[in-house]
Design a protein. Structure first.
Length: 306
């Protein structure tokens, strides 16, 4: 095996690792809530801890100052958007299983293609139309007809709302973080999300410090493994194999969520969810193949969702 092949293999494994970490987020949130934490508590501490660690990863306070005057919109809009996407998507866990949430959230590339076409920034080509059709078919298969044993409609609405929010968030953070290292952009997004979530938690009495050890363990894993380490692995893999292949490899994420949910949470993975998820994953692959190509430069539009 050549050095280039070994480098590509390592990069692919890093992306698989990061996807599995991101796919573990709904499971860890469910565990934290099940052991006494509120959703707002888990998210506040996840982003607060991650923001501190990301400052270190970025190279310290001096390194993140490269944002200049953009630090305010990054905190407000990138952070606020991150908080909104995370809160709305993970709120769906009250109504639908973790696997269903992740599969439904993964419809966001199709919605992004439609929004880009409406805005006139990218054409809705035949392959992208096919991807949208696959995504909608997967969605219809998973949700089912009312009264026919489909998913809870509130949970579906929350998951799809989060997917739509993220499809709007991607071009926003891409604009705000242009010419900045992705790690710096992520630092401000995490810090801003922590600030927004702390403010929201104050309306509920403030974030709780007295949580069970298992809740803290879940939150710590969210911050360290599913945010900081996953992000570092993601960036390193992305730099080698490019955004298109990275996105395709990342389709392992919803399937990892489904597997982990069935093992850890004993949530059954029904044929409807699995079949719909396969169609949604196929849509993601098609829409990435339809993009510019494997050698386009990495940018913050490829940052992980939640």
């Amino acid at each position: 095996m050549s050095d280039a092949q070994r480098s590509t293999s390592r990069a692919t494994l890093l992306v698989v690792f990061s996807a599995c970490c991101f796919g573990s987020i709904p499971i860890l949130i469910t565990l934290a809530i099940g052991h006494g934490a509120r959703l707002i508590d888990a998210l506040v501490w996840r982003y607060a801890i991650a923001a501190v660690l990301l400052v270190i990863v970025s190279g310290g306070i001096g390194a993140i100052r490269v944002a200049g005057r953009r630090w305010i919109p990054l905190l407000v809009f990138a952070g606020g958007g991150q908080a909104a996407v995370a809160f709305v998507s993970l709120s769906a866990l009250k109504y639908i299983p973790a696997a269903s949430l992740t599969f439904l959230f993964y419809t966001y590339p199709a919605w992004l293609a439609v929004i880009s076409a409406v805005r006139g920034t990218e054409k809705l080509t035949g392959l992208r139309t096919l991807a949208l059709g696959l995504s909608l078919a997967g969605l219809a298969l998973m949700v089912g007809m009312p009264g026919a044993g489909g998913l809870n409609q509130i949970g579906v609405a929350l998951a799809l709302s989060a997917a739509l929010l993220y499809s709007l968030y991607i071009p926003l953070i891409n604009h705000l973080g242009s010419d900045l290292p992705p790690a710096v952009t992520s630092t401000y997004a995490s810090a801003g999300a922590a600030i927004v979530l702390i403010a929201a938690s104050l309306l509920q009495g403030g974030p709780r410090f007295e949580l069970s050890p298992l809740a803290w363990m879940s939150i710590g894993t969210l911050a360290v493994l599913c945010t900081v380490l996953a992000f570092i692995a993601f960036l390193r893999g992305l730099a080698v194999i490019g955004p298109v292949r990275t996105a395709i490899v990342s389709t392992v994420e919803p399937f990892w969520t489904a597997l982990l949910a069935s093992v850890v949470l004993a949530q059954p993975l029904g044929p409807r969810t699995l079949s719909g998820g396969v169609l949604i994953a196929a849509a993601v692959i098609v829409i990435q193949v339809a993009s510019r190509g494997p050698h386009e430069p990495a940018d913050v539009s490829t940052l992980p969702a939640v």
